[in-house]
Design a protein around this ligand. Structure first.
Ligand code: PEP
Ligand code: MN
Length: 335
């Protein structure tokens, strides 16, 4: 719609679209309002008339398979406000914490270090997707309660994974951001259930997902009417697993930012699987345009119940902060 279009103009367009049998979705930004026509509109010439209605600036047919996720649909960057923490703006958002919540002592010690570093978000898994059913699976609800306690104590926002539809309600009750893991990126009914909570969603890229599949997974969430999706590049599986667990796809950060308007963060912990590469690849990801990092840390990684080899000791969080502040400043951003 044109900047000077009135409410009645917008309403008239919506009504006409509905009359043609499509759903509408409204995006009202500071500079423009966009009326999206949802549905399979290919070849429907009746829609062309919309371009001549009062207040309409232009009629754009989004050619991409991922429509609402595409930058064609939404040219300006989406900034997601998580209780005052803005993701996708100038500030590089650090989300740090243990792979799994193991105990009150472990979580609170980590949370204190995260807060002291000035990072805004605490990560920690309560429901863990482990490769082996014999590995530690998480503390479930108790883990969520401990995360809430850590938030209470520090003011940090909480991001935690939800693995199954059955747990969506519980996780949404406690978390500020719901994480969809690499293994469930393709679990479309889960994406829809999570989207329906209205909470911000951190969507990890599946380790065997193409960028297009990842953006289409985001589309499942946006289509439900939840615009708050944060994309997370966490490494893809390639042929050389000998020295690193995955290949952190830095190009994907730029591609996702070009193709979509959503914030994109990186996970150099799962991306490399090895502690010594986490800071270097975190630096690289920020330099490549990432809007934030999600990183695993543990007070004593040698005793971690999951992902110890890639967790940095909490004692090294100040060094992490310093390194990332330097690189953020070098690309004109703050931490
Ligand atoms: C995690 O963040 O601990 C995790 C399991 O991540 P991913 O889904 O990327 O493997
Ligand atoms: Mn992990």
């Amino acid at each position: 719609m044109r900047a000077d279009a009135g409410r009645e103009d917008v309403a008239a367009v919506e009504e006409r679209v509905k009359g043609l049998g499509y759903e509408t979705a409204l995006t009202s930004g500071e500079l423009q309002t966009i009326v999206a026509v949802r549905g399979d509109t290919a070849g429907d010439l009746r829609l062309d008339g919309l371009g001549d209605m009062p207040g309409v600036e232009s009629l754009l047919r989004v050619q991409k398979a991922y429509k609402e996720a595409s930058r064609e649909f939404h040219p300006v960057d989406t900034v997601i406000d998580v209780g005052g923490v803005k993701i996708g703006g100038n500030r590089v958002i650090m989300m740090v914490g243990p792979c799994a919540v193991e105990s009150r002592e472990q979580l609170l010690a980590t949370a204190d270090a995260v807060e002291a570093a000035g990072f805004p978000v605490l990560r920690g898994g309560a429901f863990k997707p482990r490769t082996s059913p014999y590995s530690f699976q998480g503390l479930f609800i108790e883990g969520l309660r401990l995360l809430a306690e850590a938030r209470e104590k520090t003011g940090l926002k909480i991001v935690t994974e939800v693995m199954s539809e059955a747990d969506v309600q519980d996780v949404a009750t406690y978390a500020d951001i719901l994480q969809i893991g690499a293994r469930t990126m393709h679990t479309f009914r889960l994406l829809e259930r999570v989207a329906a909570t209205g909470k911000p969603v951190l969507l990890k890229r599946g380790f065997h997902a193409t960028i297009k599949e990842w953006l289409l997974a985001a589309e499942y969430i946006l289509k439900i009417g939840n615009p708050n999706v944060i994309l997370c590049e966490r490494g893809i599986r390639s042929f050389d697993g000998e020295f690193a667990r995955n290949v952190l796809d830095l190009t994907a950060i730029q591609i996702a930012k070009k193709e979509s308007h959503l914030p994109v963060i990186a996970d150099p912990s799962h991306g490399t699987g090895m502690r010594e590469y986490v800071i270097p690849m975190g630096r690289a990801a920020i330099a490549a345009g990432a809007d934030g990092l999600i990183i695993e840390s543990h007070p004593n990684p040698a005793e971690a119940l999951s992902d110890g080899p890639q967790s940095i000791p909490t004692a090294e969080i100040p060094a992490l902060a310093e390194e990332m502040t330097t690189i953020a400043a070098a690309v004109g951003r703050t931490l």
